[in-house]
Design a protein around this ligand. Sequence first.
Ligand code: AR6
Length: 177
Amino acid sequence: MKINVGNGTIEVVQGDITKESVDAIVNAANSGLRGGGGVDGAIHRAGGPAIMDECRKLGGCDTGDAKITTGGKLSAKYVIHAVGPLYRDGKHGEPELLSSCYRRSLEVAAENGARTVAFPAISCGVYGYPIPEAARIAVDTVSEFLEGHDSIDTVRFVLFTNDVLEAFQNSLESSAT
Ligand code: AR6
């Protein structure tokens, strides 16, 4: 499904983000930018060693922030490595940090001329964020960005599992009404 926001579009699809032909895909990274499991592992495997070679030079990334590298062998030109919060109880700044991840990723994309951007569900795997809340924060933050900027044309949420897909679809539906 998709909705128009400002001059841009938000889409929600099910799939493997490493297969996306967009200007930039976003990685759910850790603050060391050391690689890991989940979508991070999949991106480094599919994109090859050039991505890690650049990550090593970046000196890590704060939680809530995002940094860009080549896409290596991926169809996407860039990978934007965003560091989501590890969910504890929701009272340790998690909502603000998760929102910041999405906003900073779009700022970094815009600075590099990337107009189509695909996101996974940041923090919704091993970092344990409650999925409906994470989906609402993701859709709200991206909508707010697209309303205020013309630098991005398409934001596509590429979700792996059914439960996460449904939560993002629900958030997108309620933001359209
Ligand atoms: N395409 C799209 N989504 C995917 C893919 C894929 N190929 N593979 C998994 N997902 P996670 P986090 C989904 O755990 O919670 C790493 O080790 C997955 O189903 O990858 O932010 C990092 O190095 C889930 O919905 O990221 C960090 O240490 C979502 O991606 C830590 O995990 C995010 O799950 C980050 O944890």
